[in-house]
Design a protein around this ligand. Sequence first.
Ligand code: ZN
Length: 275
Amino acid sequence: MSELLDTSRLCVHTITTKPWSLSESIDKFENAGVGGISVWQDAATSIGIKESAKLLSASDLDVVSYVRGGFFAATSEDKRQKAIDHNKKLIDEAATLGAPLLVLVCGADPGQTLQTSRHQIQKGIEAIANYAEANNVKLGIEPLHPMYSDTRSAIVNLAQSNNIAEAIDNPMVGVVIDVYHLWWDDLLKQQIDRCGEQNNIFAFHTCDWGVPTTDMLNDRELMGQGCIQTKQIREWVDDTGFNGYIEVEVFSNKYWSQDQDQYLKKIVEAYKNYA
Ligand code: ZN
């Protein structure tokens, strides 16, 4: 069993320590030996993209991704076009920040079938792929847990992400694997292998599923505190040859209300022992 002996592959999402500003997150992550940072849009826009870019380039942290674009599915054509325009703006922001990847939460519209939403998602990604390439920003399709398939994502398992990435067949378009969304799938290993064979694993997100989960969005747990076989899934991903960052992405009212310095220590411990 391969172990994570140091924190060089540890990346933390700014939303994980939401109470901290981007500037605080950068300082604290660096001091804790964190290697990478994934930047959520609110963290960057609250001080401005250019100022954020300055802080990030002056730090030792790798910018791993910009979170999050997508939301391509809509019953209205006008809304779909607005989503495409908005994603181009996010690609600009990612490029300015030095982020090599824009994470896509692909969207869903309860006024139409999931199949129609998936079709629109593919069209939406195709519509921005050239723009992404021109700006050297990759696009990562992140499947979400099916509980979000009403409004957040019609893409609910890795097979569906793989299908779309392979259909688009563009080296700038791949997949983001998040244990929280995919742990329940009995075909997960098979689909991770398929994703790896296609060189489509662009990012890996980890956390845990607390029992009981009391909030559908903001009650994620740290690795080791829930029922996901986090280490097993990470090893399946690594076995494909993936050697990118292991990104801790936790939305948690509980942890956000705690002392964030203590919480960051828990994150590092969880990473070392359970990621
Ligand atoms: Zn994620």
